[in-house]
Design a protein around this ligand. Structure first.
Ligand code: T46
Length: 134
């Protein structure tokens, strides 16, 4: 499946940690066109339920924890994010669902494209038929 859970580089000293990420690096292998974050997710809420046609993203749980369920049309895997030192890189064409957000969860997302609703596939049956034709 087109995802990777990667270790992020941290500059630690007695003051604490600092993670810096740059475009076209080992951690972000694309131009950064957008950054957004998810926060204050209400208890029991599930988000996502879509795939993208082109978008690549790096998702970092900078606070709290949540689960990403990733699906390529053939299998499903769950990735638990609970550390600002881990990044979940998700390629295009992976169906994603997010759940089990803790109240303090903040997900920072670094994206390869500007926001474009036409890039979303929000219907699972349509997703299956699109990936089977790729
Ligand atoms: C993804 C997961 C991890 C914008 O106007 N601009 C943006 O850049 C984004 C990301 C969203 N929006 C609007 C579109 C919707 O009206 O914000 C609203 C919520 O977006 P959505 O329902 O797509 O949010 P999630 O949490 O289901 O999914 C988001 C990203 O959209 C998606 O690309 O991979 O986080």
């Amino acid at each position: 499946m087109d995802y990777r859970l990667i270790d992020l580089p941290s500059h630690n000293d007695e003051r604490g940690g600092l993670v810096a990420l740059e475009a076209w690096s080992e951690w972000v292998p694309f131009e950064i066109k957008r950054v957004y974050y998810l926060f204050a997710t209400a208890q029991g809420v599930e988000r996502g339920f879509h795939a993208h046609r082109k978008l690549q993203q790096l998702c970092i749980c900078v606070s709290g924890s949540c689960d990403f369920v990733l699906d390529n049309g053939q299998s499903r895997e769950t990735v638990h994010l609970n550390s600002p030192l881990k990044g979940l890189r998700i390629g295009n064409s992976v169906w994603r669902e997010m759940k089990n957000f803790t109240p303090d969860c903040v997900i920072l997302v670094i994206a390869s494209e500007h926001y474009d609703e036409a890039d979303y596939i929000r219907d699972y049956q349509k997703y299956l038929s699109e990936i089977n034709h790729i």
